[in-house]
Design a protein around this ligand. Structure first.
Ligand code: SAM
Length: 283
């Protein structure tokens, strides 16, 4: 049996052709087969690059059966590139079942990273990036969409959504209701393309703008929404803390009293500890 081949997961541009990396071009020009979401679209793209390579369609309707065939080809030594119509495969695009099958077969998989609309939007949103969640497309049915949004309303992480142009106004209106009209957000439209535009407005203003200006919902868009504000614990009344601590210190060791008082009041443990020392010392 020949040495196994490799599956390359290759990102392609989300608009600007210059965003195809040199390495992606080299890999696409060197593989035996390109597995593409849409062979016509990718065929035209490769032709512009002067690359001639056999193509095979892998899309949401045939991915399961194609995966077995592609695993067999990899086992026989083929080098295969997986691409989607735009951006990074598997990110709201086909490829998950194929990659899972190739991984389960223990065959090599190599990422060839590049454009991804979610990350491009996040990188310019100016919203916190230390913790974020990619939510992809919301459910198309409005009742399911609202239920999903309610479950996300208290999430403190920055949230990233994809949306189709014809649903964008409706989704913004639902977001404004579920998260509050004042929640900061950025609508990133047509990234890397001629009409690239960033709208930085609270959800209520974005929803109103999308309802009245058809230009805003034209083209492709990513929504980046600030996380729920972390509830700043209400400053605790010092007299109440003292009463509680005195009662607890009368019957418990210091550290246990501090733990219970901190838990009961939401006050920082260090601060409670300092106060407990003062009280115990007669302060
Ligand atoms: N795999 C792609 C990626 O890596 O971003 C995403 C594919 S998904 C089917 C298409 C969605 O991505 C669009 O509906 C839109 O929400 C977002 N998108 C793709 N290209 C975009 C662009 N140039 N500007 C803004 N959003 C874009």
């Amino acid at each position: 049996m020949s040495a196994p081949g490799t599956l390359f997961v290759v990102a392609t541009p989300i608009g600007h052709r210059g965003d195809l990396t040199a390495r992606a071009r080299e890999v696409l020009g060197s593989v035996d087969l390109v597995a593409a979401e849409d062979t016509r679209h990718t065929g035209a793209f490769l032709a512009q690059l002067g690359i001639q390579v056999p193509l095979i369609a892998v899309h949401e309707h045939n991915e399961g059966e194609r995966a077995a065939d592609l695993v067999r080809r990899l086992q026989q030594g083929s080098r295969i590139a997986l691409v989607s119509d735009a951006g990074t495969p598997l990110v709201s695009d086909p490829g998950y079942r194929l990659v899972a099958a190739v991984a389960a077969a223990g065959l090599p998989i190599v990422p060839v990273p590049g454009a991804c609309a979610a990350i491009a939007a996040l990188s310019v949103a100016g919203l916190p990036t230390d913790r974020f969640a990619f939510e992809g497309f919301l459910p198309a049915r409005s009742s399911a969409r609202r239920t999903r949004l309610e479950s996300l309303a208290g999430d403190a992480r920055t949230l990233i959504f994809y949306e189709a142009p014809h649903r964008l106004a409706e989704t913004l209106a639902d977001l404004a209701v579920a998260f509050g009209a004042e929640r900061p957000a950025v609508l990133a439209r047509e990234l890397t393309k001629l009409h690239e535009t960033l709208y930085r407005q609270p959800l209520g203003a974005l929803a109103a703008a999308a309802a009245s200006d058809p230009n805003i919902v034209r083209g492709e868009a990513v929504l980046v929404v600030a996380g729920a504000p972390v509830e700043v614990a209400a400053a605790i009344d010092p007299a109440r803390l003292d009463r509680l601590l005195r009662g607890l210190l009368a019957g418990l060791p210091l550290s246990q009293a501090v733990d219970l008082a901190a838990e009961a009041t939401g006050e920082r443990r260090n601060r409670v500890y300092e106060r407990a020392l003062e009280l115990r010392g007669g302060g």
